[in-house]
Write a protein of this length. Structure first.
Length: 137
């Protein structure tokens, strides 16, 4: 099962410009910043209580996030739910008929294991499941 909302992912053109809003105006604490090559993004995590906001900016024009920004502009990109056993959850969701983007977990921010579910079978919401690494969270 999903244990909590881990983060909401927000696609932005420019991380530093966006931090003026989240960090300075909203007073969220920036806890992590990382280039996640595997996902073609540079990402920052900000704390909101026990949950996070994840700002993601594309590393290049061919990345999926760059294409998202081109189509939709900056804004809400995905919702991520935390799980304790991502392999078991992927198998269960697949058996339930949920369309997966990632059949296998891959490496996410802070060494977490992540997998994306297709918005077509997730009510139009790009959905991520996350199993944090031991050093994260
Ligand atoms: Co995410």
């Amino acid at each position: 099962m999903f244990t909590r909302i881990d983060h909401v992912g927000i696609a932005v053109e420019d991380l530093d410009a966006s931090l003026a809003l989240y960090d300075r105006d909203y007073e969220m604490t920036l806890v992590h910043r990382e280039v996640v090559e595997e996902q073609g993004v540079e990402a920052v995590l900000l704390d909101v209580g026990e949950n996070h906001v994840e700002l993601i900016a594309p590393l290049g024009p061919e990345t999926t996030v760059a294409k998202f920004l081109e189509r939709r502009g900056s804004g809400l990109h995905h919702v991520a739910y935390q799980v304790t056993d991502i392999a078991a959850q992927l198998a269960r969701l697949k058996a339930a008929g949920v369309r997966l983007i990632d059949e296998e977990p891959r490496v996410g921010i802070r060494n977490s294991s992540v997998a994306f579910l297709h918005p077509k079978s997730s009510g139009g919401v790009l959905t991520e499941i996350v199993q944090p690494s031991h050093e994260g969270h």
